[in-house]
Design a protein around this ligand. Sequence first.
Ligand code: X8Z
Ligand code: ZN
Length: 581
Amino acid sequence: MDTPPAPTEADAARYLSDAEAQLLQLFTETSKADWVYNTYITDDSEFLSAKANARFLTESANLAKRTTRWDVKRLAPADARKALLLRLGQPLAAPDDPKAADELTTLAAELQAAYAKARHAPKGHTESLDLEALSKILRESRNPAELQDVWVGWHATARPMKAGYTRFVELANHGARDAGFGDLGEMWRSKYDLSPNDFAKTVEGLWQQVAPLYKELHAYVRRKLRETYGDEAVSKDGPVPAHLFGNMWAQSWEHIYPLVAPPSSDPGIDLTSILVARKTDPVGMVKFGERFFVSLGLEPLPATFWTRSQFERPRDRDVVCHASAWDVDADEDLRIKMCIDITGEEFHVVHHELGHNYYQRAYRRQPFLFRDGAHDGFHEAVGDTISLSVTPEYLQTIGLVDSVPGPEKDIGLLLHRALEKVAFLPFGLVIDKWRWDVFSGAVRPDDYTGSWTRLRRDYQGIVPPVPRSEDDFDPGAKFHIPGNTPYMRYFLAAILQFQFHRGLAKALGWSGPLHRCSIYGQAEAGRRLRAMLEMGASRPWPDALEAVTGERVMDGGALRDYFRPLEEWLKKENRSAPVGW
Ligand code: X8Z
Ligand code: ZN
């Protein structure tokens, strides 16, 4: 490709706005092809989605390449930022070679389909079950043999993905190198207004801030699991088998709350039973979510949201069930795609997804390249921040519970929240620690599952229930690996949501415990959130953080503040028990 002359400020501005017009059109076409594919998986929809993505990524790469020699210091700051975002906008970069680009997007679509179609027939079942049905067994069964069978069976579905994923890594790195990055992991780490190295240090620092609390929770839960499953199944001071946490990946432990709840601290609120008893349907779940956002001064969702979204798993075809939020035309065509179960966990997922939609809606007046989160952790944190305001007091306000449990129930409430949020932290970290090493070549295919298992043991303190080999491909049993969705965003969101919550609570003059504060109906909280959301990606993320919290640095201290009473309680509980593994 010819090296273009250094543009004048006006040339650059014109080039970028033309690029944005072109990208917007390709984005819309690609989103529509992807939507059809995600909600109706056939060979044809897979083909069309792969082709659309190849075209979109190739055009994005071409547009970006013409800006790499620009002297951005001479440009208006907004245009310099756009030139940067043009290079970093997508989680994949197309290789220069069109055949390689085509092979890459075809593989990406195939891997997604393989995950979406995965099934396992547990012992005693005649039919193969999908992930939702298997997850229900993990949530509800207390039979260790059954739990193990489900864990092993689901992880076996990922074995056939290994060859495709290995090739995917090669091609994705080609694309990243053609775009001027060392490998795809470095490209992902370049999106945070920091050098890739400084970003890696930042996340490690955040983990160090919160790890002591995780270790206390792990020690306490391990002791309780020993009481349930016996000293043979769970060692006194080692890592814990992964199939006992009520979740396929042990990424969130709230479903074993009944096993670990201290007798006197039952929070007295079981959202799942309440929703089921009230015969809440999937649309009803989403209506609760919308109502919260509207209470903050945001608009109701557009009419097309209700007709175009997928709320339930269709009976007659394969779909990608993993929850996601869409902004199909980067404007008003908002949708969610979920297979909603009526549970407290899914109540939170609905709020999570609507957080994405409300962010998308708020920044739709920005130029196309700024229609994105301040960074991807912000995008993931918005709905979760709202979920932190789903307090007993809030549930009473909206009529879901009659009375609010008193402060004597605080430990139970906090423990339940910690099983969701604190348990998640090391999981949120290890997925991309693994991928960064895979993309850099530090981890080779003959160590894919070995290195995955070691990271899980070292950070999460969990181990597979049965020995693994390199014929297994355990990372592929988690959606975001075959789906190529970067994951550090969820770790950052787990930190940020508590910082947002603390910032908003302070702004409202709240003086009670943070876990009892709800921003429902609070105009000032809505105003602050809107200021951040409307900014989109137009400014470096510290500006967005400041709009909500007055702070400019990501800080794990807010999470520690939120859980302080629980942490003190856990330390007492763990006095005579080993902590760590
Ligand atoms: O993938 C998601 C969202 C999609 S936007 C539902 N989450 C991660 C996961 O499920 O593993 C939310 C929390 C972590
Ligand atoms: Zn999300």
